[in-house]
Write a protein that binds this ligand. Structure first.
Ligand code: PEP
Ligand code: MG
Length: 884
């Protein structure tokens, strides 16, 4: 055998072969290896899929032969023949990527049933109805999924037959009815496929495998991969498994279970089953499944076997498992196991409990937490004091609260949600085709389906609130209304979902800030023991600073002062200051602003006393402080036309002339950062004084104050920093001397221009610290204006994979990352102990944090609600670094 293989038999795989066999393939192989009952199978590797994609859809040489040989071996092991007239072998064909990925091809069941084998299936099972039921299901699944026949074609025929027979349920149809349905279905397939529908099971198997390959590239899978940062070139494996039947009568069943509650993490029975049903019935929500606890009465032996297997699987994988099972004539088979998707709350509880149970270490527990997912715990919940009555109730499928306008289809949700409008996606049930709408919706409400329905699973994975199976609601997609009793809610009206209770409210409810629970507290403390990066917050008012501190921030890494200039009560003085033509009038305007600035700083310093606070001096886009050019021109015109007050007209003209003089074509690259302070040194002078006075006032009042760090923004030249440092130092010295006090004050700069990074050694001469402003460093390093690009080509670039990630969300390691690394290295070459941090958006992004750890920054600074995420991410970064 050549060293490249495309097929592995069940007995040849194990859990370590996930990259080759996909999660499902490796999972079943591992179960079989440890003696858990699994139907026999073989797996087509991800390599086969990748090579097929690379060959433009052609199979690589030898693949078809290997599949045939794998099939032969499976036939020999089972003593059956695919589609045979005696002891026929039926198989399922399933996709199985390396990472669990909703959105790919639906499973094909019963492949191998045909005109030749159906009689043998009937004879063997002693159940003719069962055989014909399998056959009609197969034609439908194969036609829809592999050959692309529109689903309604078969569904309509089934509905019509039921109507003709006067029955409601599929199960009320007789063997004869189903036989007739098979003929109708075959005719439908022939009609849609121009008579080319193959009835040869081996050919069908090949086509099904190929359809799985193709589904890797389908749009819904692509959307999912993008949302979850799964590389596009991994490919999927294909699992071909002997069928076992949950629809063989009342001692057969099919179901799904979790070894713990995936919403809360509690160690309790969680799952659903359906007697006399086949796999997809449970997830598709066609019949309402029963809670697992009831299985104890109905199928006691299989139940005991299942409970024992659940325990065993959890101990083996040392993690919560999500399992699919089938019971055929009382005999349990596991079809799949994987680490269960869970909410952030459940992730923390499970990790914490597994440590207590001695199954994992604290470090492993930390590695299990997905920091970005914790975001959902940091989101608001419904204020319990609302006193409103829910209009409907469904299952609490994914916790959290969502308020938004009702929309009835995923495209509308994607369009409106993409524009940042809060929408709630309301569907009868969701399918993988809805994924792009779910991603941007605040929450999802379905009328149908259980705790393991598509909507529930996907929403939990994304940390979105979801209420599933709210059977009291009626959705009319055409009329675009949602009706509950006599209340009609039209598209665009606001509702509130409580994914933790299943309640639906017909109005917008107040939300309250999130609370951090015990498990969170426990794990984040472990994270703090491991991490090396400090975690600070970006905050520029008392409330945000207090919140940041509550969430564990070790200081403020960026206090922007622009907002303080923009407040309505200050803008007139700020404008006068900027438009002033003499030093005296500028100083006068600034003197008015100083006490207000001081007051702001006192608030922040009070909240952060005992910790360091980096205050960044004014970084203006100049135009934001000035009257708008067009509006000012119109005002002048209006005054001219209406013969208004001559003094007013003259003043307006004067302002217009100044606005024109200061107007900039590229404000982003204009008089920003320290450049305005270079023109008007009175500004940094005033700010430095306000900072020191505030720090001293807090010291006086509270008995302690903050570590003052004054930061000069957007420096490109070392001379700029030299000059600015001089101005600040002088003001600080004078203020301290006047107060007769001493305070340690450090002065540093932002590194947010490529030139600054490249000459960081020169700049470091004048800096006590560097804080990388990766927002501007990305804008100027990549040459992309964020505000313009995010609504335009940048989104397209990410969709087309010209860029893997939006570089404003996650740092562009190769380019901008290199600038950061150069900046750190050059800066430290001059000052060994130069403190370095980051305060761009990337400071709260787990992947970027991993990078910042690798280049040896001292701290990251992010928005207050991301502080806990950063604490976990920083710990994970250390653990991963140790692993490498
Ligand atoms: C930055 O550029 O990364 C930064 C933090 O500054 P701002 O976002 O205020 O420009
Ligand atoms: Mg900046």
């Amino acid at each position: 055998m050549s060293d490249k293989r495309y097929i592995y038999d069940l007995s040849e795989g194990d859990a370590t072969m996930r990259n080759l066999l996909g999660g499902k393939g490796a999972g079943v192989a591992e179960m079989s290896r440890i003696g858990v009952p699994v139907p026999d199978a073989f797996t087509v590797t991800t390599t086969a899929c990748v090579e097929t994609m690379n060959l433009g859809g052609q199979w690589p040489e030898g693949l078809a032969e290997e599949i045939n040989a794998g099939l032969k071996r499976l036939e020999e092991r089972t003593g059956r023949t695919l589609g045979g007239t005696e002891r026929p072998l039926l198989v399922s064909v399933r996709s199985g990527a390396v990472y669990s990925m909703p959105g790919m091809m639906d499973t094909i069941l019963n492949l191998g049933i045909s005109d030749e084998s159906v009689a043998a299936v009937a004879a063997e099972s002693g159940n003719e109805r069962f055989a014909w039921d399998c056959y009609r299901r197969f034609i439908q699944m194969y036609g829809e999924v592999v050959e692309g026949v529109p689903p309604h074609a078969y569904e309509d025929a089934l509905t019509e037959l039921k109507r003709n027979r006067g029955v409601e349920l599929d199960t009320d149809l007789s063997a004869e009815d189903l036989k007739e349905l098979v003929d109708t279905f075959k005719a439908i397939s022939n009609e849609h496929l121009g008579g080319e529908w193959t009835t040869d099971p081996v050919e069908q198997l090949h086509r099904a495998v190929n359809a799985v390959f193709k589904s890797w590239l389908n749009p819904r899978a692509e959307v999912y991969r993008r949302a979850n940062n799964i590389p596009a070139d991994l490919g999927t494996a294909v699992n071909i498994m002997q069928m076992v039947f949950g629809n063989r009568g009342d001692t057969s069943a099919t179901g799904v279970c979790f070894t713990r509650n995936p919403s809360t993490g509690d160690k309790e029975l969680y799952g659903e089953f359906l007697v006399n049903a086949q796999g997809e019935d449970v997830v598709a929500g066609i019949r309402t499944p029963r809670p697992l606890a009831e299985m104890r009465e109905v199928l006691p032996e299989a139940y005991d076997q299942l409970i024992a297997t659940m325990k065993r699987m959890e101990e083996h994988y040392r993690d919560m498992q999500d399992m699919e099972f089938t019971i055929e004539n009382g005999q349990l088979f596991l079809l799949q196991t994987r680490n269960g998707k869970r909410t952030a709350a459940a992730a923390l509880k499970v990790a914490s409990d597994l440590v207590d149970e001695g199954l994992i270490t604290k470090e492993e527990a930390l590695l299990r937490i997905e920091p970005a997912q914790l975001d959902q715990l940091l989101h608001p919940a419904i204020d319990p004091k609302h006193g409103r009555k829910p209009i409907a109730k469904g299952l609490p499928a994914s916790p959290g609260a969502a308020v938004g306008e009702v929309v009835f289809d995923a495209d509308t949700a994607a369009e409106r949600g993409g524009r940042g409008e809060p929408v709630v996606l309301v569907r009868y049930e969701t399918t993988p085709d809805d994924i792009h709408g779910v991603i941007v919706a605040q929450g999802v409400l379905t009328a149908h389906g259980g705790m393991t329905s598509h909507a529930a699973v996907v929403a939990r994975g994304m940390g979105k609130p979801c209420v599933a199976g709210a059977s009291g609601i009626h959705i009319d997609v055409k009329a675009r209304t949602l009706t509950v009793g006599d209340r009609v809610i039209a598209e665009g009206e606001v509702i509130t979902l409580d994914g933790s209770t299943g309640d639906v409210y017909g109005e917008a409810l107040e939300l309250i800030p999130p609370r951090i629970n015990e498990d969170f507290q426990r794990l984040v403390t472990w994270a703090d023991e491991v991490r090396q990066l400090g975690v600070r917050a970006n905050a520029d008012n008392f409330e945000d600073a207090s919140k940041a501190r509550e969430l564990g921030a070790q200081g403020i890494g960026l206090c922007r002062t622009e907002h303080m200039f923009m407040a309505q009560d200050r803008l007139p003085a700020v404008r006068r200051m900027i438009l002033a033509e003499t030093h005296a009038s500028r100083t006068e305007a600034l003197a008015e602003i100083l006490p207000m600035q001081q007051q702001d700083f006192e608030g922040i310093f009070t909240a952060m006393k005992g910790l360091p606070v980096t205050v960044r001096l004014l970084d203006p886009p100049l135009h934001e402080f000035l009257p708008n050019l067009v509006e000012q021109s119109l005002l002048v015109q209006k005054l001219e036309l209406t013969d208004g007050d001559p003094a007013e007209l003259e003043a307006a003209r004067g302002t217009l002339a100044q606005v024109k003089r200061l107007h900039e074509l590229n404000p982003m690259l204009g008089t920003r950062g320290c450049r305005l302070a270079m023109l008007y040194p009175e500004i940094p002078d005033m700010q430095a004084r306000a900072i020191i006075r505030a720090a001293l006032a807090v010291l006086e009042r509270e008995g302690e104050t903050v570590g003052v760090e004054i930061m000069i923004p957007l420096v490109a030249l070392s001379k700029e920093l030299e000059v600015q440092r001089g101005i600040v130092e002088r003001a600080v010295k004078e203020e301290l001397e006047a107060a007769g006090k001493d305070l340690p004050v450090t002065i540093g700069t932002m590194i947010e221009l490529p030139r600054a990074a490249l000459v960081a050694d020169q700049i470091a001469e004048y800096a006590d610290f560097f804080s990388f402003g990766t927002n501007d460093l990305t804008q100027t390093g990549v040459g992309i204006s964020r505000d313009d690009a995010e609504n335009g080509f940048l989104t397209q670039y990410v969709m087309d994979r010209v860029l893997e990630r939006n570089p404003f969300e996650s740092i562009d390691v190769d380019g901008v990352g290199q600038l950061v690394e150069i900046g750190v290295t050059k800066g430290r070459a001059v000052k060994q102990n130069l403190k370095t941090g980051v305060c761009g958006e990337h400071g709260g992004d787990p992947d970027s944090i991993e990078f910042f750890q690798s280049v040896g920054l001292d701290y990251v600074s992010c928005s207050p609600y991301r502080v806990p995420i950063a604490r976990f991410a920083a710990a994970k970064a250390v653990l991963k670094q140790r692993e490498d």
